[in-house]
Design a binder for this molecule. Structure first.
Ligand SMILES: *[C@@H]1O[C@H](CO)[C@@H](O)[C@H](O)[C@H]1NC(C)=O
Ligand SMILES: *[C@@H]1O[C@H](CO)[C@@H](O)[C@H](O)[C@H]1NC(C)=O
Ligand SMILES: *[C@@H]1O[C@H](CO)[C@@H](O)[C@H](O)[C@H]1NC(C)=O
Ligand SMILES: *[C@@H]1O[C@H](CO)[C@@H](O)[C@H](O)[C@H]1NC(C)=O
Ligand SMILES: *[C@@H]1O[C@H](CO)[C@@H](O)[C@H](O)[C@H]1NC(C)=O
Length: 324
């Protein structure tokens, strides 16, 4: 009899410790530890947040990945330039109400949402089905104190933006990993440029490699693929408060991401569930897309057979014909 009681007691403790708190939330009392392989999962099971090691590395990072896609596909990394070398990491709400990543040997956090949170100690971090990690005040759940969508790494998801919040100074930039083994800030970045004709530019360091062309009202002039846009709702905002672009899947069940890669391309991918693989649509796709390929006084026409630079009247081409 006694052993049955004990068993029930143990099961109850197990049940309470594992299932009694919302599995999508980290709070002052419910943190996640790398040692215990703990993760939080968004309410619709779309995204998970936890500790991972990229590629063949043994370093530990906190990241967000698709919960239902077999190969762990990471869409955001917290401590991208500050790996933890062992599995003693703890992600919790600290005494100031920030979400912070600690290592057992250190009192200062390895990473933190690091906002001033005077009087907001009652905060919780929640992973949403969009892939956004939000820090909110538990009582109201309304005002977002911090969100991962404002601090992108290499992956642009639906409902994220590229560009500037001109009131707060926030600039949303997508920068490549260093390598598949190292999510640290790499050499390639996709940014919005300010000025008379804003556009998206892919840089290697400070050198532009590709540009989107200007906004025509419906699409970027340099991305003709955008004309048949059945899948995405594109929106370009250019006001006193904001200069941004977003491209959201019209159907929320479409799994899609736009990644700026360490190989020097920026590519949108769509998950094909039947094939269990990503369909890739990358730029620069063609020679024509490389910044300056044709020189400033000509234009590139990919439909002439080979990529061909056609000069504006009175100019000679830089590269008369590709491959000849
Ligand atoms: C958050 O609010 C809920 C509902 O009011 C409450 O049950 C819970 O204990 C709170 N959690 C924290 C960490 O304050
Ligand atoms: C943490 O501290 C322990 C004991 O002081 C030490 O043995 C270990 O190497 C330290 N780990 C790291 C990653 O610094
Ligand atoms: C938090 O912000 C302060 C001031 O900007 C900075 O000095 C500090 O390094 C940051 N800490 C973390 C953990 O990011
Ligand atoms: C970034 O570019 C510099 C200069 O070309 C190069 O030395 C460095 O190895 C590159 N870094 C990565 C992570 O590829
Ligand atoms: C969205 O996509 C799902 C899965 O492909 C499909 O079943 C559903 O009908 C689509 N919804 C709309 C409104 O197109």
């Amino acid at each position: 009899m006694n052993s049955v009681k004990w068993l029930i007691r143990i099961l109850l403790v197990f049940y309470l410790s594992h299932f009694s708190f919302p599995a999508d939330t980290i709070s002052l009392h419910h943190f996640i530890q790398d040692n215990n392989h703990q993760v939080i999962v968004s309410s619709g099971n779309t995204f998970a947040l936890g500790f991972f090691s990229p590629g063949s590395s043994r370093n530990r990072y906190v990241g967000i990945w698709y919960h239902q896609i077999p190969d762990k596909t990471v869409v955001w990394v917290a401590n991208r330039d500050n790996p933890i070398k062992d599995t003693s990491g703890i992600l919790r709400i600290d005494g100031r109400g920030n979400l912070a990543l600690f290592h057992k040997n250190q009192t200062l956090p390895v990473w933190s949402t690091n906002i001033s949170t005077a009087g907001t100690r009652n905060s919780v971090a929640q992973i949403l089905d969009t892939g956004n990690l939000v820090l909110v005040q538990n009582d109201t759940r309304e005002a977002v104190l911090w969100q991962s969508f404002d601090h992108p790494t290499d992956t642009w998801l639906s409902f994220m933006k590229i560009g500037f919040n001109l009131r707060t100074g926030l600039n949303q930039v997508y920068s490549s990993w260093k390598s598949p083994d190292d999510p640290g800030v790499g050499n390639y970045s996709l940014k919005m440029t300010q000025g008379v004709s804003p556009q998206m530019v892919l840089y290697k360091g400070s050198n532009p490699l590709w540009r989107s062309g200007t906004w025509t009202g419906k699409r970027w002039s340099g991305i003709p693929q955008m004309t048949q846009n059945f899948l995405f709702r594109d929106s370009f905002v250019n006001t006193d408060d904001e200069l941004s672009f977003s491209s959201d899947a019209k159907n929320a069940s479409l799994i899609t991401r736009w990644v700026t890669k360490e190989t020097g391309v920026t590519q949108r991918m769509i998950w094909n569930n039947e094939a269990q693989s990503w369909i890739i649509n990358a730029v620069p796709t063609e020679q024509c897309d490389f910044y300056g390929y044709c020189g400033p006084n000509s234009y590139c026409n990919p439909y002439l057979g080979d990529f061909e630079c056609t000069c504006f009247p009175g100019f000679d081409p830089n590269h008369p014909k590709h491959g000849t």
